[in-house]
Ligand binder design. Structure first.
Ligand code: PMP
Length: 440
């Protein structure tokens, strides 16, 4: 009898263990490019132009505001604040976006603070996308959109930006990557719930033109589709280009959620303060997800970001404004990296915005050993080989494409140029030495 009892115990244990532990919504989304490439960069890189974060300090006015919030005597800043956003932050964000959008905003219902733009994206899909809904994603895309749509039970539908190389032999610009209007229109149907727009776009740096945004807006209105507008790089536009907010186009305010990030805006990605701006009819559902998951994000960081925005509101459009200075500095850094890459034949696609730059590596095939029987795309093999053999880290572009389309875009890698001058010089040294080795 003793033996029998123990047998049945072990049976029931086994039965429990053979049950799948993983929820179905995680199927197919367990692979993640960042885990592998962040580790490779940490292990091998001498110069890391991979992941998107600045290696220069956040501005003094911001870090000083954080110190004041931390130890300036208001001990309540160490406690919970309002769930949907620390009042000083939602108030100043509302004031700021009133200016940008030219409409009145209620800080309590038209603005919400999130843990980075990442969480804002997650909320949009959780709150607005149902089982069976389709969500249009423009390729190449910030890679988390796809798993987030899937986790919400939705189906991503991809439409690529198509490169049209200039005929005069000039370097390509991110503006040369364009949507085919007929192809885009063909993706909209009665199943389409939302489109994700990311302008300026990570990874290409494309800043969508008024015409392109107008086309997207027209289709959204025609098919009653929502727009999840990821604008985290809104201040990072170059060469006098203008960032246009799709929410300001006719018929779009009521169907658009604007997403922003203090991490990108104030060069403090580790703070993880993000926000959404939009109509109450959409934001009230995001608040439901927020209330039932995170409640709110760190009060001190929100207080400091509020002070940062207060400063920027006072200096709006003036030369001392960080939102004026940062893109100026980054444009110079972009130009240095463009020169370095062009000089070695790694043809850069000049970005109109963001702090990313995509370069063409098709001239470097003979440098990277072939791996027989491997179906790993060339850009992945190249990026791994480059970090291991040259100490320079970058990200393969095909990581920003759907499974079905990634094999069409394996000749490019993405660099981040939000780096100190010394870092970009070190990258240039690596590239120059590599070129000399190739020619000698
Ligand atoms: N959207 C895009 C397009 C991004 O590139 C990033 C960061 N790489 C995010 C959202 C996430 O921003 P945050 O760090 O504020 O969560």
């Amino acid at each position: 009898p003793h033996l029998k009892a123990s047998n049945s115990v072990s049976h029931s244990l086994q039965a429990k263990m053979s049950r799948p532990v993983q929820a179905r919504r995680l199927e197919g989304i367990d692979k993640n490019i960042w885990v592998e490439f962040v580790k490779l960069a940490a292990t091998y890189s001498k110069v890391n132009l991979g992941q998107g974060f600045p290696d220069f300090p956040a501005p003094d006015f911001l870090t000083e505001a954080f110190s004041r919030a931390l130890s300036g005597g208001n001990h309540m800043l160490h406690q919970y604040t309002r769930a949907f956003g620390h009042p000083p932050l939602v108030k100043v964000l509302a004031q700021f976006f009133e200016k940008l959008l030219g409409r009145d905003l209620d800080p309590m219902t038209n603005v919400m603070v999130t843990v980075g733009a990442y969480q804002a994206l997650f909320y949009c899909f959780q709150a607005l996308v149902d089982e069976g809904d389709e969500v249009i994603i423009i390729e190449p895309f910030f890679d988390c959109y796809e798993p987030m749509v899937k986790m919400a039970g939705g189906t991503p539908v991809f439409v690529p930006l198509r490169p049209n190389p200039p005929k005069d032999g000039k370097l390509m610009s991110s503006a040369d990557w364009q949507l085919d209007p007929a192809e885009l229109a063909s993706k909209f149907s009665e199943r389409t719930k939302a489109i994700v727009l990311n302008s300026p776009n990570n990874p290409l740096g494309k800043v969508f033109s008024r015409e392109e945004l107008g086309l997207i807006a027209e289709l959204c209105v025609k098919h009653d589709v929502l727009c999840i507008s990821d604008e985290v790089y809104e201040w990072l536009v170059y060469d006098g280009k203008q960032h246009i907010r799709i929410a300001s186009l006719q018929g779009m305010w009521d169907r658009t959620v604007i997403i922003g990030s203090a991490g990108k805006t104030f060069s403090a990605t580790g703070w993880k303060v993000g926000w959404v701006v939009g109509p109450d009819r959409l934001l009230k559902h995001l608040r439901t997800v927020h209330q039932n998951s995170v409640y709110h994000c760190a009060t001190i960081a929100q207080e400091a970001v509020a002070q940062g925005f207060q400063r920027e509101l006072t200096l709006y459009g003036k030369p001392e404004s960080y939102f004026v200075q940062l893109p100026k500095e980054l444009q110079q850094k972009r130009d240095w990296l463009v020169q370095s890459l062009d000089g070695v034949g790694m043809k850069p696609i000049i970005p109109e915005g963001t702090y990313f730059l995509v370069a063409d590596i098709s001239q470097f095939k003979s440098d990277v050993p072939d791996v027989p029987n491997s179906d790993e795309p060339y850009d992945h093999r190249f990026a791994k080989w480059m970090v291991k053999n040259k100490g320079l880290a970058a990200i393969p572009l095909s990581a920003f494409y759907s499974e079905a389309h990634k094999n069409n875009y394996t000749n490019f890698i993405r660099f981040c140029f939000a780096k100190e001058e010394a870092t970009l010089k070190a990258a240039n040294d690596i590239l120059q030495k590599w070129k000399q080795e190739k020619t000698s």
